[in-house]
Ligand binder design. Structure first.
Ligand SMILES: [Fe+2]
Length: 268
């Protein structure tokens, strides 16, 4: 991308944020979550970002995604692959990179202004780009609090979908369930007061935001009917805050678990 293309891209992202950020803040304040009802970025830009993801896939940048069960048991997430957007991948995915940097900077500033107690860190973040290849790929109910970013804790999850070809037959909807560690807890937490549960299709440009340690969520089984164009792409940015309580050094096992999610390694 030329310098002027980068400038134009970043301006489009900032204009977009300007359009929905107040709604996002209100949603977080009232319900702990928010989802856009229309694409948050212009279609051509979303298509260019999707192409970058497919290019990363063709380059072999994705690896089998893993989950942690009970703190120290690791298992492969079937039919789900993941990678991280880092500066090393800039040549292949410049828009994904600039989206990440611009979103993070701007949302840390705006969310901190609205929720000073979150004390989000503007220099470090976590991110994960997921590619589900069908065959019923699903994510069980979970909270987004993980070991990967210690001593930083994930505070706010920002999910962007890049699925031009999505239609109901492909499934893969995200379901925000309620507050709690398990589906039973979430069901008991009076989720109706939060406007939950809610099922959201992963259509291109849909942004879903929620407090990472509060909103239990899962992803329904997804299918692929017509090849790579149907692969389900979700990109999550986690805004993080530093844990001010006693910090626990990450164990080597915990580090091993985060093959696609390294500790925050880049600063602005
Ligand atoms: Fe999640």
């Amino acid at each position: 991308m030329s310098e002027s293309e980068v400038g134009k891209f970043n301006q489009q992202v900032l204009t977009s944020i300007d359009g929905w950020c107040d709604e996002l803040i209100a949603g977080l304040r009232d319900h702990g979550w928010w989802a856009s009802t229309k694409p948050v970025l212009p279609k051509p830009l979303l298509r260019a970002m999707r192409q970058e993801v497919e290019d990363l896939w063709e380059n072999g940048d994705f690896i089998q995604s893993q989950s942690v069960l009970g703190g120290n048991i690791y298992y492969d997430k079937k039919h789900v692959f993941a990678t991280e957007i880092k500066s090393e991948k800039y040549t292949t995915s410049p828009r994904m990179w600039h989206y990440t940097v611009t979103m993070t900077r701007e949302l840390v500033r705006r969310v901190n202004a609205a929720f000073p107690e979150m004390d989000l860190n503007g220099k470090f973040i976590g991110n994960k780009l997921n590619m589900s290849v069908g065959n019923g790929a699903a994510f069980d109910a979970h909270l987004d609090v993980g070991v990967a970013e210690k001593p930083f804790n994930r505070k706010l999850s920002l999910l962007l979908y890049l699925n031009d070809s999505w239609r109901p037959a492909l499934g893969g909807e995200i379901v925000l369930l309620g507050e709690g560690q398990t589906e039973a807890e979430a069901a008991k937490s009076q989720p109706g007061a939060l406007g939950l549960p809610v099922t959201l299709p992963p259509t291109s440009g849909t942004l879903v935001a929620f407090w990472s340690d509060k909103i239990l969520h899962k992803v329904k089984a997804s299918e692929v009917l017509k090849g790579m164009k149907d692969y389900r792409v979700s990109y999550v940015i986690w805004l993080v805050g530093e844990d001010h309580e006693e910090q626990v050094a990450p164990s080597s096992a915990a580090e091993d678990a985060s093959k696609a999610e390294t500790a925050p390694s880049w600063a602005f």
